[in-house]
Write a protein that binds this ligand. Structure first.
Ligand SMILES: [Zn+2]
Ligand SMILES: [Zn+2]
Length: 753
C-alpha cells in the first residue's frame, strides 16, 4: 500500500467513524478508528478545511475540568446520495445524507424522462455538498433508454439496477433482511421477479437475466405467456393473473387492496390466493433446494405478513424442499412496501461513498461482518481489537504490494509507530502469515530485519471420496498437477472409517513420492454429501447415512496432523471446470453431475456457492412428479428416483445395474442410448427453473451418465432450450465436462488456491 493509499484509507475510516457515531470528539475518534491521536488531529483539520467535517458546539463533559472537547460531525460538504426508481406506478426519487437520513422524497405518476430528471434534480438540491452517487432502478419492462437519457441530462454517471435488485438491497439495508448474506427476494407484481443475494453479493447472472422466476414453466400446455412459452408461473400467479381469477366469480374487477381485504373474511378469495401461493411455493422450493438461501422475502400488492399467499408458500416449501432445507429457510413478508426499491437505491448509493469505503475496511478486518452489502459498521469488536486489526490489515497489504521489506521500510511506508509495527510483525510471524527472510544486498550498519508474506502451500492435496473409491491428486503451490492415485474402496461401511482410509491412502502416496506433510502442505476433501460452509459438518440427515453428522475434515486432519477443508463434490467439480475445464473464464457456471444421485454445483461471480447450509445444487431431490416412485430420501417423485437402476430395468437386460446400462449404451445399444437421452431431457427439465433464476453463462454436463457418449448432454441441452425462460436460454451454452473423473479432486485443489 502506498503512502497516499494509506492516507486515503485513513480518511475513509475517519469519515466512516464519524458517520457511525453521528457526533463525537477527537479522542473518541482515535479510540474508534484505532489511529494515533496526532493522526486523527491532522486528518480532522484537513477534513474541516475541505468541509467534509464540521465542528459543533462544545460537548459538555460532566464533571471533567478544563476546556470541553469540541464535537465533530459530518460537514456540509460531506454531501449525500440520490436514488430514483421507475415502475408502472411512475417515478419515485429521494435523497439522503451520508448517515442514511432521508432529506427529500418525491413521487410523480408519469414515467417519462422529463418527470424523472425533474425529480432527481429536486432531490439533489436537498443535499448540501456533493451528491456522491445517483442510482436508478428500472422496473420490469421499463425502457433502458431512460438511464442513458438521465445520464446525458445530468452530465454524469448514473448507476443502473433492476427494481427487484434494489428492493432486495432496501430490505438488506433498511428492512427485514438486515444482516443476512443469502437472500431470495421475491416480488409478486405485474410479473413475478426475484433478486438473489449470494454470499453477500448481488447476483446479476451471466446475461443480466437472473431472477426470471415468473417464466419458470409450470405447465407445458398451459396458457401462452408474453415470453412466448406456455404455462409460465406469471400466467398463473402474477398479480394480474390472480386478480383475473378473483374477478370471474365476483363478476367485477377487483383491486389488489380489495382482494387482500376480502381474503380475511371470504373463504373463496382466500382459497384463490392460497392456490397461487402454492404454485409460487413449488418454485420457491426449487430455489431453496438449489440456491439454498437462509431467507426468502416476499413483496407485492397482494402480499401480507400472515396472509394466505405467504402461508401457502411456506406450506409448499415444507412439502417439496428437503427437510433440512425447509427447516433452514425462513419466509417473511417485506417490511418496506412500495418504498423498498427507493430505499435500496439510496442504500446502493451509500455503499459507493467514501464513508462507506471506510466502513468496509472496518468490516473486512472484522470477521463479525461478512457481507459486503451490510450497512457500514464497525462490527462488534472492542476499540483495541479494531485498532490492531486495522493496523494489521495495512501492514499485510503493504507487504503484499512491496514483497520482501525491511522493518524500517514498513514503518516508513505505513507511517505506523515503530513499536506497533514490531509488535504486529511478531504476532504475524507467530500466526504463520509472515516470515523473516534475508534482506537483498549488503547494507551498511546494523541491518533492519526483513519480512515477507508466507507463500501459499508448496503442496496442495485434493482428496475425493467417490462412489467407487478414493482419488488423490497433488499439485504444486500454483496448482500444477504433480501426481495422482486411485484406490477402489466400496463405500458400504462406516463413514469415519472411509475418511481414515482416505487419509491413510493419501499418506502412503505422499511417502511414495518422498513428501512429508509439513507447514507448506494443505489438504482439501471432496464429499458426496452437503457440507455446512461454516461448521464443516456433514448434514445429520444426509441420504448417504454413513456420511452424516460428522466433520470429514477433522477425521482426516486427525490422521495427517495438518489442517483440512471439506466441501461438496459437485460444488468442487463446478469450481474445477470453471477454472481449468470446460467453462474456463466463465464467472457464472452450473455444473451437473449426472448419475443416479445427480447433483449440481454453482459458481457465482467466479466463486463457488455453497448456500446458507451447504445445500446449494442439491437437484437430485427436486420434485418431478408428486405420485412418482419413492426416493431414498423418503419423498415421492424426486429426480433421483427416476434415475435409479431399477427405472432402467427394461433396457438393462438382467437385474438392474447402472454399470451394465452404461456399457450397453457405449456398445451401441439403441434402447439404452435412447434411455440416456431421455434421462438427460428429464434432468434438463428439472433444473430449468434453476437455470432461469441463476442465469449461468455455461451449463457443464458431466458425471457417469456421460461416459458412454453425449446422449445425456444432448438431452439436457434440448430440454433447457425448451423449458427455460427465453432470456436465460437465448445465450446459454451447454457443453460436456472436460475433466472427467478428476474434476472433484482438482476442485478440492482449486479450493485451496
Ligand atoms: Zn413466460
Ligand atoms: Zn429424494
Amino acid at each position: 500500500m502506498s503512502g497516499r493509499r494509506v492516507h486515503q484509507v485513513r480518511r475513509d475510516l475517519l469519515l466512516a467513524a464519524v458517520r457511525e457515531a453521528g457526533r463525537s470528539t477527537r479522542a473518541d475518534l482515535a479510540r474508534r478508528t484505532g489511529m494515533a491521536r496526532m493522526t486523527v488531529d491532522n486528518l480532522v483539520t484537513e477534513l474541516l478545511t475541505a468541509g467534509l467535517l464540521a465542528e459543533a458546539a462544545a460537548v459538555a463533559d460532566g464533571a471533567r475540568a478544563g476546556r470541553p472537547a469540541r464535537s465533530i460531525t459530518l460537514g456540509p460538504a460531506a454531501g449525500g446520495v440520490v436514488g430514483a426508481i421507475v415502475t408502472t406506478q411512475g417515478v419515485r426519487a429521494a435523497s439522503a445524507d451520508l448517515t442514511g437520513r432521508i432529506l427529500a422524497e418525491h413521487h410523480l405518476s408519469g414515467a417519462d424522462l422529463d418527470s424523472l430528471a425533474l425529480l432527481v434534480a429536486e432531490c439533489a438540491t436537498a443535499v448540501e455538498g456533493p451528491a456522491w452517487s445517483i442510482v436508478l432502478g428500472l422496473g420490469a419492462g421499463r425502457d433502458p433508454a431512460l438511464a442513458a437519457g438521465l445520464q446525458q441530462r445530468l452530465g454524469r454517471r448514473v448507476i443502473v439496477r433492476t427494481a427487484a435488485e434494489l428492493s432486495l438491497l432496501g430490505e438488506v439495508g433498511y428492512g427485514i433482511a438486515a444482516g443476512h448474506t443469502d437472500v431470495c427476494y421475491l416480488r409478486v407484481g405485474s410479473g413475478i421477479t426475484c433478486g438473489l443475494l449470494l454470499g453477500g453479493v448481488l447476483h446479476h447472472g451471466a446475461h443480466g437475466a437472473a431472477g426470471r422466476i415468473g417464466h419458470v414453466q409450470m405447465d407445458e400446455i398451459g396458457p401462452l405467456c408474453r415470453c412466448g412459452n406456455r404455462g409460465c408461473l406469471d400466467t398463473i400467479a402474477s398479480a394480474p393473473a390472480i386478480l383475473a381469477a378473483l374477478a370471474a366469480p365476483l363478476g367485477e374487477p377487483v383491486t389488489a387492496a380489495r382482494a387482500v381485504e376480502l381474503s380475511r373474511t371470504d373463504e373463496a378469495t382466500e382459497r384463490i390466493l392460497a392456490d397461487a401461493g402454492r404454485m409460487i411455493g413449488r418454485v420457491v422450493a426449487d430455489v431453496a433446494n438449489t440456491v439454498n438461501p437462509a431467507l426468502v422475502v416476499m413483496d407485492g400488492p397482494l402480499i401480507e405478513a400472515g396472509g394466505p399467499i405467504v402461508a401457502a408458500v411456506g406450506e409448499s416449501l415444507r412439502r417439496y424442499a428437503q427437510p433440512e432445507v425447509a427447516a433452514g429457510t425462513t419466509i417473511r413478508a417485506g417490511t418496506l412496501g412500495d418504498r423498498a426499491g427507493l430505499l435500496g437505491a439510496l442504500f446502493a448509493g451509500l455503499r459507493a461513498t467514501p464513508a462507506a469505503r471506510g466502513g468496509r475496511t472496518l468490516a473486512r478486518v472484522s470477521p463479525a461482518v461478512t457481507t459486503a452489502d451490510a450497512a457500514p459498521s464497525g462490527g462488534g469488536r472492542s476499540p483495541g481489537d479494531r485498532e490492531r486489526a486495522v493496523r494489521q490489515d495495512i501492514l499485510v497489504e503493504t507487504l503484499r504490494a512491496a514483497g520482501r521489506t525491511t522493518r524500517s521500510d514498513l514503518v516508513k511506508r505505513t507511517r505506523l509507530p515503530r513499536a506497533a509495527v514490531a509488535a504486529l510483525l511478531d504476532g504475524l510471524v507467530r500466526d504463520g502469515v509472515v516470515e523473516r527472510c534475508t534482506a537483498d544486498g549488503p547494507r551498511a550498519g546494523r541491518p533492519s530485519p526483513c519480512f515477507r508474506l508466507v507463500t501459499p502451500g508448496e503442496l496442495l492435496v485434493g482428496v475425493a471420496i467417490e462412489g467407487e473409491g478414493i482419488r488423490v491428486i497433488a499439485a504444486g503451490g500454483t496448482g500444477e498437477v504433480r501426481w495422482s492415485g486411485f484406490r477402489s474402496l466400496p463405500l458400504s461401511m462406516d463413514g469415519r472409517a472411509v475418511m481414515r482410509a482416505a487419509a491413510g491412502f493419501a499418506r502412503e502416496l505422499l511417502d511414495g513420492h518422498g513428501e512429508r506433510p509439513g507447514p507448506g502442505t494443505r489438504f482439501a476433501v471432496s464429499m458426496p454429501a452437503p457440507v455446512h460452509p461454516v461448521t464443516g459438518h456433514l448434514s445429520s440427515r444426509s441420504v448417504l447415512t454413513m456420511f452424516a453428522g460428522f466433520s470429514p475434515a477433522e477425521e482426516i486432519a486427525a490422521v495427517l496432523g495438518r489442517p483440512v477443508v471439506a466441501a461438496n463434490n459437485a460444488q468442487l467439480a463446478a469450481l474445477a471446470e470453471s477454472r481449468r475445464g470446460a467453462a474456463r473464464g466463465a464467472r457464472d457456471v452450473l455444473y451437473l453431475s449426472c448419475d443416479q444421485f445427480t447433483g449440481a454445483g454453482l459458481v457465482a461471480g467466479g466463486r463457488p456457492h455453497a448456500g446458507a447450509i451447504g445445500y446449494a445444487g442439491e437437484v437430485g431431490h427436486l420434485n418431478v412428479r408428486e405420485v412418482g416412485p419413492l426416493c431414498l430420501c423418503g419423498k415421492r417423485g424426486c429426480l433421483s428416483a427416476f434415475l435409479s437402476p431399477g427405472y432402467f430395468a427394461a433396457v438393462s437386460d438382467g437385474p438392474p445395474d447402472e454399470g451394465r446400462l452404461l456399457a450397453r449404451a457405449a456398445s451401441g445399444d439403441r434402447p439404452a442410448q435412447r434411455a440416456l437421452l431421455d434421462a438427460g431431457r428429464l434432468i434438463g427439465r428439472t433444473v430449468s427453473p434453476l437455470v432461469s433464476v441463476f442465469d449461468p453463462a455455461v451449463v457443464i454436463v458431466g458425471g457417469r451418465f456421460t461416459e458412454p457418449g453425449g446422449f445425456v448432454v444432448d438431452g439436457v441441452r434440448e430440454s433447457l432450450q425448451r423449458h427455460c425462460a427465453p432470456a436465460a436460454a437465448a445465450a446459454l451454452t451447454v457443453v460436456p465436462a472436460a475433466l472427467g473423473r478428476d474434476a472433484e479432486a482438482l476442485g478440492a485443489i482449486e479450493s485451496l488456491l
